[in-house]
Write a protein that binds this ligand. Structure first.
Ligand code: KG4
Ligand code: ZN
Length: 333
């Protein structure tokens, strides 16, 4: 079955065509129109501008996806669209476009959870991957551990109590003058610094929990920068990037090991934009090796927001019986 996926929850408009069947998972097209250059002027995503840019891009990229796949709408068996969570004005564009496309062409429609979509990116890269496994979502909006019980049933077993990992990377990146979004630039800069140069608090909460808190770490890093500037001193940006990334990678390793011990699961799927971070990928690789667990790492092209992952998850929701109608709505949470 060919599934047309649509994603517009934040600052990427994406349309993908994915072929899914028993024993088959194939990306035919995955077109992404990024708005990063527009939002960079403001140092972060401006929701109203994001909504407008999605409207401008969505028809064009849908046509481009169909052309790339060499298919027409009559070949499409399912339309899957991100319905939550995300920026409401941005989500509404994809949801309304998806509804119109589906009902005008007699195609079944399913609304998809963006976070489940991130995890489904791994199905496209690993043809034999199937639940149960430990799903770890590290993104601009989420930092969570899930027991993925089946393709559609998830249990959250740990999460951030405040900011997400991506927000923390972006905030510190901005303060030290890196272009938005700071995550990828901070990743590279960290190689040039000493991770022991600055002492920062771990985002991994102590005790018998899989929860994180990034606000204390963020505040500590900001205080360090402000104190240095009040004294007329310069912080070493590379050392700060290395120390900040190091404390996140160490905290993440500790909780990943704990999650594997607690659940007894032997497969880990890393997902979300921050899972592109090379230090976190290395940390996860080392923990999984020591624990004898298999690690599934999506390719960098499927870490950030894209519609192929939404189409893949949409397929599993559909074969599990989900079918949405014209009353499908977007939700910010
Ligand atoms: O999953 P995503 O594309 O959007 C959300 O659903 O939030 O994640 C975007 C986040 C941004 O915060 C961005 O800075 C971060 O992913 N990111 C990275 C890296 N590449 C992207 N963070 C750390 N290291 C990276 N290499
Ligand atoms: Zn995302």
């Amino acid at each position: 079955m060919y599934i047309l996926g649509l994603e517009s929850s934040c600052d990427e408009t994406s349309c993908a065509i994915v072929e899914m069947a028993e024993g088959k998972r194939r990306i035919c097209a995955n077109i992404i129109a990024s708005q990063i250059d527009i939002h960079r002027l403001y140092g972060g995503v401006v929701p109203e501008i994001a909504g407008r840019a999605h409207i401008e891009a969505v028809s064009r990229i849908t046509k481009e996806a169909l052309d790339t796949a060499g298919l027409s709408l009559s070949d499409i068996g399912l339309c899957a669209v991100t319905s939550h969570p995300g920026l409401i004005g941005a989500l509404l564009v994809g949801v309304n476009f998806g509804k119109s496309l589906a009902f005008a062409n007699g195609i079944p429609l399913v609304g998809v959870d963006h976070v489940k979509g991130h995890i489904a990116a791994a199905y496209l890269e690993y043809p034999n991957l199937e639940p149960p496994f430990l799903g770890v979502v590290l993104s601009g909006g989420h930092t969570s551990f899930y027991v993925v019980k089946s393709y559609t049933e998830y249990e959250e077993i740990g999460s951030t109590r405040d900011d997400a990992a991506g927000e923390a990377f972006d905030k510190i990146g901005r303060v030290i003058g890196l272009p938005y979004p700071g995550g990828a630039a901070l990743d590279r800069l960290a190689y040039e610094g000493d991770k022991k140069a600055y002492k920062l608090p771990s985002p991994a909460l102590s005790g018998d929990t899989l929860d994180f808190s990034f606000s204390g770490l963020k505040t500590a890093a900001l205080n360090l920068i402000n104190t240095a500037s009040q004294k007329g001193e310069e912080i070493n940006r590379a050392d700060l990037a290395a120390s900040f990334t190091g404390v996140i990678a160490d905290g993440f390793s500790k909780k990943l090991k704990m999650a594997l011990d607690m659940t007894g699961l032997k497969t880990v799927v890393l997902a979300g934009g921050v899972s592109a971070n090379s230090h976190l990928r290395a940390a996860a690789t080392s923990v999984c090796k020591k624990q004898g667990a298999e690690l599934c790492l999506p390719p960098l092209s499927l870490c950030g927001d894209n519609a192929a992952m939404i189409a893949a998850q949409g397929y599993y929701e559909y074969i599990n019986g989900q079918k949405d109608g014209t009353d499908l709505n977007a939700s910010a949470v």
